[in-house]
Design a binder for this molecule. Structure first.
Ligand code: NAD
Ligand code: MG
Length: 367
């Protein structure tokens, strides 16, 4: 019997890659539910091809369709490929219903990490990361005891502005920010990769996924995006996961974890073709927003939720050409400094912090 899969955000970059992976694994998996937001035509096309039991359109339909898709009785695995806070309710509902959530939607783990991990504990669901760095770490630590793990090192490509001076970066255009050197992704995460906010979100994501203290999560710039993450163990030994950049591998692993299945869909690794691999320390002067995100992580409580919500607002303002690139980190810094972070143990607290940060970000961006 094949395993039922729901793909939330099936029209996006992660959603489309997921359907490509499942297309090669049709004897193992079947698509039970698909949801889209505004790309109605592509969703209709996907529905015609996959004939799922459930199809939900958020925009023009209702947001509750996400929860319906995520908790459908025939679904065992929910791939959450939604961008931003909108994915939270569905993740919570799926985990409470005992499903596996293959999580790409990192924003919701950042905003409500305690609630999400608690929902998994309560409902017997499990969170398996789709994010390539976290998939890498999971592949390195799978089968080890948590006490054997000493440190994680997440890699970052450094984005399109890695070698630019701060002055030029502050005036970068939308087109320049969307030109990612190694990955093709949705617009929001591509901008987050240019500011390195993405890596701050991933540090927080790693904290909740692997139950490690923030002091045990380091980041290194690795422009070739061939090594996706390292795990250092207490004896000093370090494992890394390696491959040419593709999301299809981490998506497949999130579906089959802890097993591996044969798949010939991705380019096989070749060290000679990979060439020279280089590593650089993150320079905070060049990526100030990354420093703000780490500070929000250190503050804890609802501070990460506020950082995430403010970032969603300013990234959209930047994409709409309402603010210059340099403004993103300025606004984030002000929101994290001026907000009033509290406990993140109830959904109401988290949603209130999210709303306060959105309001502050709009106010600071326009002043
Ligand atoms: P995308 O913009 O390509 O796709 C987003 C999907 O979410 C679309 O299907 C869209 O219809 C849907 N969506 C948008 N707003 C919605 C809303 N309010 N309600 C319901 N659905 C909505 O983005 P993406 O690049 O696929 O990224 C999705 C998530 O995966 C993000 O959290 C991102 O950080 C994470 N991620 C992406 C990649 C990648 O390679 N693309 C890698 C790692 C992590
Ligand atoms: Mg990543």
């Amino acid at each position: 019997m094949s395993i039922g899969v729901a793909v939330l955000g099936s029209t996006g970059s992660i959603g489309r890659s997921t359907l490509q992976v499942v297309a090669r694994q049709r004897e193992r998996f079947r698509i039970v539910a698909l949801t889209g937001h505004s790309n109605k035509d592509l969703l209709a096309q996907q529905a015609a091809e996959w004939k799922p039991a459930f199809v939900g359109l958020v925009n023009g339909g209702t947001a509750s369709c996400l929860v319906e898709a995520a908790t459908h009785p025939d679904v065992k695995i929910v791939v959450n490929g939604i961008v931003g806070a909108a994915g939270l309710e569905a993740t919570l509902a799926a985990l409470r219903a005992g499903k596996r959530v293959a999580l790409a939607n990192k924003e919701t783990l950042v905003m409500a990490g305690e609630l999400v991990t608690e929902a998994a504990r309560q409902g017997g669901g499990e969170i398996v990361p789709v994010d390539s760095e976290h998939s890498a770490v999971l592949q390195c630590v799978a089968g080890r005891r948590p006490t054997e793990l000493a440190r994680l090192i997440l890699t970052a490509s450094g984005g399109p502005f890695r070698t630019w001076g701060p002055e030029r970066v502050s005036r970068a255009t939308v087109a320049e920010a969307l030109k990612h050197p190694t990955w093709t992704m949705g617009k929001k995460i591509t901008v987050d990769s240019a500011t390195l906010v993405n890596k701050a979100l991933e540090v927080i994501e790693a904290h909740f996924l692997f139950d490690v203290a923030y002091g045990q999560v380091d980041v290194v710039i690795h422009p070739q995006s061939v090594i996706h993450g390292f795990a250092e163990f207490v004896d000093g030994s370090v494992l890394a996961q390696v491959g040419f950049p593709t999301m299809e591998l981490p998506i497949l692993y999130a579906l089959t974890y802890p097993e591996r299945v044969p798949d010939t869909g991705v380019r096989r690794f070749d060290p000679v073709a990979a060439g020279t691999l280089t590593f650089e320390a993150v320079q905070l002067e060049r990526f100030p927003a990354y420093g703000v995100g780490r500070e929000a992580a250190r503050m804890g409580g609802t501070a990460p939720a506020m950082f995430n919500a403010a970032n969603e607002v300013v990234v959209q303002l930047f994409l709409d050409e309402q603010i210059p690139f340099g403004r993103i980190s300025e606004v984030l810094e002000r929101v994290v400094a001026h907000g009033h972070p509290g406990d993140a143990t109830s959904l109401d607290d988290v949603l209130a912090a999210d709303a306060e940060a959105r309001r502050l970000a709009k106010e600071f961006a326009c002043s």
